[in-house]
Design a protein. Structure first.
Length: 347
């Protein structure tokens, strides 16, 4: 099998000839021109490209970027101007310093932005990207985050999110409703897009909200929208890269087919053995903790094979990936993982 055939078998819950291994395009792109990647492709590595099957038109909205230097570091200010006001976010050396939403007035502006955003199919563009990326690339049908996760991750940030849940509850709910209408449109388009797999980039970790709000703010969206994708024959995966044990029962009952970027301790709080016990039928696309790549090759290989035994002793429902950060020693460590996965081949 090639990497695409392996992933298709993995998504279908079948046994590929060996456990698949991929790297995000966003990580790989930094050194994509290095010829050393070719040998890794030939060993089985694939590159995942997350492409939107839609585009958004912002009616009456102006987006402005201002760049400068602060203490010798690049500073970026992104401004959104609307007829009802403007909001902005800032970054210093690519690290976010200020989120868009801090006041009730900010929420009103962002709600206006979302209500005046038109979601338009761009399936031809998605197909073109799939044709462009070559045989080692895998085009992923990507629809972004659900409403609560957009607010938390992209617009407010963790600290203010906790305050806004109480101080700006009505404003947050209004924005949530607007974002949900937008998300529903994206789901309908994704259902019509080619490819068996749909990615929802939640960046969820249970310690940000706990099981009560997970059930209130995420599960209803999953229950409404994911069956639409299932009815179109899609496998739905959520990017859950943090701690999950507090919500494991709700995750078990949610219509999620695949946990993507599933990361064992210390970043996460569930081993693959514990995850498999909690979710026996779900697919795991698991991130290998970055510090493991710096271990001696035999020790890294041993851990990879132990994780296979924990999560997929039958060779099914497991893939590995580089989804958070790739190691500086990738030319040595990634081949070690690929060599280990050769041992997962069916005899």
């Amino acid at each position: 099998m090639d990497i695409r055939e392996r992933l298709e078998a993995f998504w279908a819950g079948e046994r590929p000839d060996e456990i698949p291994y991929t790297i995000y395009q966003n990580e790989w792109r930094h050194t994509a021109s290095d010829p050393a990647w070719q040998a890794l492709y030939e060993m089985g590595l694939g590159v995942t490209w997350y492409a939107r099957p839609f585009k958004e038109n912002h009616n009456g909205i102006e987006y402005i970027e201002e760049t400068s230097t602060v203490d010798g570091l690049p500073f970026l200010k992104r401004i959104i101007k609307t007829p009802v006001g403007e909001i902005y976010e800032t970054f210093l050396d690519e690290w976010r310093q200020k989120f868009y939403l801090e006041t009730a007035e900010d929420y009103a502006v962002m709600t206006h932005v979302v209500r005046n955003t038109e979601v338009i199919p761009a399936i031809d563009t998605f197909i073109a990207k799939g044709n462009e990326i070559g045989k080692y690339g895998i085009n992923i049908n990507f629809i972004g985050r659900t409403p609560n996760q957009i607010i938390l991750v992209d617009l407010v940030g963790l600290e203010n999110y906790a305050f806004h849940l109480f101080d700006l509850k009505a404003e947050m709910q209004e924005l949530y409703n607007a974002l949900l209408d937008n998300f529903r449109q994206r789901v309908q388009i994704a259902a019509e897009c080619p490819g068996p797999y749909v990615s929802v980039l939640e960046n969820f970790t249970a310690d940000t909200m706990g099981p009560k709000r997970f059930k209130e703010l995420l599960v209803p969206v999953y229950d409404e929208c994911f069956p639409i994708l299932h009815n179109a024959g899609k496998i739905v995966g959520t990017h859950y890269d943090g701690q999950l044990s507090a919500c494991k029962e709700h995750i078990a009952n949610a219509p999620i087919d695949l946990i993507e970027s599933l990361t064992p301790p210390p970043e996460g709080d569930m081993t693959l053995k514990e995850a498999r016990a909690a979710w026996p039928d779900k697919l795991f696309w698991s991130n290998i903790n970055v510090e493991l790549y710096y271990l001696p090759p035999e020790k890294l290989k041993k851990i990879v094979l132990e994780r296979v035994e924990e999560a997929a002793p039958d060779g099914k429902r497991l893939a590995f990936e580089v989804s958070e950060q790739y190691p500086a020693n990738w030319k040595e460590s990634l081949p070690t993982v690929l060599e280990a996965l050769k041992e997962t081949r069916a005899s």
